[in-house]
Design a protein around this ligand. Structure first.
Ligand SMILES: N[C@@H](CCC(=O)N[C@@H](CS)C(=O)NCC(=O)O)C(=O)O
Length: 216
């Protein structure tokens, strides 16, 4: 049962996993509060003992919602979908639903963890090449899958959790200077999705903790 209290997102403006959750809230029209967790300041506030009580993995996001605390953005998105009215984020059709999960997992398990801050910090001077390599590897797999499953959006013509995962991952790819021209379907879907209000209001450039110089 959805409580009257607003959910609280503990996140970081530039974290792709926090952005996923912000998009899901926006698509469903759910108001929420944000508590910034600066992943860089003082070595990373996600590593403090205090934050560890919210998410023992010491990563963002963590979401306080309906009396529970959830981490893992895909679990959060699915909980929001199951408890809030508004457009469904997973299709009713089992085949399409499986395709949405397949694409979401490919990004959330197969790409993002390999270019996450904690991992690339261990790579020293090679961190750019490392991140590019694993994003490229994932996008090479994602491109033919999306060519097959997409309509206007990742799976057919309904916005879903797959789209919620795709756009923040493309943002990361751009940060790490991956050449998107090699991935025309990914590029097309990203361009279409970026025009949608829920993706725009949740963008890293306009969050409460976005530094002045990165605002736009
Ligand atoms: N599977 C997790 C991954 C969370 C994650 O990797 N969060 C990143 C930001 S996108 C993080 O907190 N990184 C901090 C660190 O690596 O120390 C999810 O989907 O929520």
């Amino acid at each position: 049962m959805a409580s009257q209290t607003k959910p609280v997102l503990h996140g970081y403006f530039r974290s792709s996993c926090s952005w996923r959750v912000r998009i899901a809230f926006a698509l469903k029209g759910v108001e929420f509060d944000q508590v910034p967790v600066n992943l860089i300041k003082d070595g990373g506030l996600q590593l403090t003992e205090q934050y560890k009580t919210l998410n023992p993995m010491q990563q963002v996001p963590a979401v306080e919602i309906d009396g529970i605390t959830l981490s893992q953005s895909l679990a959060v998105i699915q909980y929001i979908d199951e408890t809030r009215p508004g457009p469904r984020l997973l299709p009713a059709d089992p085949k399409k639903r499986a395709q949405v999960r397949m694409i979401s997992d490919l990004i959330a398990s197969g790409i993002q963890p390999l270019q996450n801050l904690y991992v690339i910090q261990k790579m020293g001077a090679e961190k750019m090449q490392w991140a590019q390599h694993f994003i490229d590897r994932g996008f090479r797999a994602l491109e033919p899958i999306l060519k097959e499953t997409s309509g206007t959006y990742c799976v057919d013509d309904e916005i879903s959790m797959a789209d919620i995962c795709l756009v923040p991952q493309v943002y990361n790819a751009e940060r790490f200077k991956v050449d998107l021209e090699k991935y025309p379907t990914i590029k097309r879907l990203n361009q279409t999705l970026r025009e949608i209000e829920a993706f725009r209001v949740s963008h890293p450039s306009c969050q409460p903790d976005t530094p002045e110089e990165l605002r736009g």
